[in-house]
Design a protein around this ligand. Structure first.
Ligand code: NAP
Length: 284
């Protein structure tokens, strides 16, 4: 039997740290498997999905812009993917060709913050109202429904759309962007889920007032290039515990391996490889 093929479907995918991280994991696990990049133009996603089983591909991760477009092809969708309204991991059954979908941003993000603090979060805030913010809201709704969650976005309507989708599961409210500092002050868990501060615009921060932060908070930036964003530096200057975005990347990858192979992934090996792929030192 040859190597099992896995990979990342997206457009573009060239910048991804995933091949280095996933291939290192397969090697460490002794799995005869290989992980590659599949650049799939938006107009070709249907052809790509139709071809996965025929090509004996065993699983894929899915990224922008295909996370919703793949849904009609799936026979089963996990709670995480259903709550998030998007799929980022697909498993292909070798015999039947049936495909099932999961969202490991949901469980991966949860693992990345619950490793940092074991006690339940009373109040959390997410900055941004895109796909990642929705996955984070889904994670809190599934795994920490007693948390009060606020979502601050420059387009408050988008935050409201997320909030209305989760209101029956968790106490959740949309916050106008101008009021984000006061809302951050009141939160124990603060998650930066916009692209602001991402390389090459790494001097930028979605919050400029250090007074929004204080010790006792856990502050995460899911941007991981650079690892120590201007946002995290500001939070650290006030004594907050900071978490970089690499842990989310590593844990979503580890959850994908668990979904495909029903085996624990070597998280430390994956983190070392991902760190080498993005460069730099962690923020904690
Ligand atoms: P997305 O769906 O495009 O959403 C981005 C959100 O950020 C939107 O709400 C957008 O607002 C907002 N935003 C963009 N520029 C902004 C600005 N200058 N000021 C205020 N808000 C702004 O993206 P996503 O998939 O949620 O990803 C968000 C970030 O997280 C990306 O940098 C991505 O690389 C990172 N990420 C990291 C991981 C990880 O594993 N660490 C996983 C997923 C995503 P509008 O709607 O108004 O444009």
């Amino acid at each position: 039997m040859g190597q099992a093929v896995y990979g990342l479907i997206g457009w573009p995918v060239g910048h991804s740290a995933s091949p280095a991280m996933m291939n290192a994991a397969f090697q460490e696990m002794g799995e005869p498997a290989v992980y590659g990049l599949f650049p799939v133009q938006p107009s070709r996603i249907e052809a790509a999905m139709a071809g996965l089983a025929a090509l004996s591909i065993r699983g894929v991760n899915v990224t922008i812009p295909h996370k919703q477009a793949v849904l009609p092809w799936l026979s089963d969708v996990s709670d995480e993917a259903r709550f998030a309204g998007a799929v980022n991991t697909i498993s292909v059954d070798a015999d039947s060709g049936r495909m099932s979908g999961h969202n490991t941003d949901v469980s991966g993000w949860w693992k990345s913050v619950s490793d940092a603090q074991k006690t339940p979060w009373e109040a959390a805030i997410v900055l941004g109202a895109g796909g990642a913010a929705r996955a984070i809201a889904a994670a809190l709704a599934l795994y920490s429904p007693a948390t009060r969650l606020r979502i601050a976005a420059r387009n408050v309507q988008k935050a409201e759309e997320i909030a209305s989708g989760f209101r029956d599961k968790i106490a959740i409210e949309a916050v106008p962007w101008e009021k984000r500092c006061a809302a951050i002050e009141q939160a124990e868990l603060v998650v930066q889920a916009t692209p602001v501060g991402m390389w090459p615009r790494d001097g930028e921060s979605p919050v400029e007032n250090a007074g929004c932060f204080h010790s006792g908070q856990v502050v995460q930036d899911i941007v991981y290039r650079p690892l120590e964003t201007a946002f995290l530096k500001l939070a650290a200057s006030q004594g907050a515990k900071t978490l970089d975005g690499l842990n989310m990347l590593v844990h979503q990858g580890a959850a994908a391996i668990q979904f495909w192979m029903k085996r624990q992934a070597p998280v430390e090996v994956m983190r070392t490889q991902a760190l080498a792929a993005v460069g730099g030192t962690p923020a904690h």
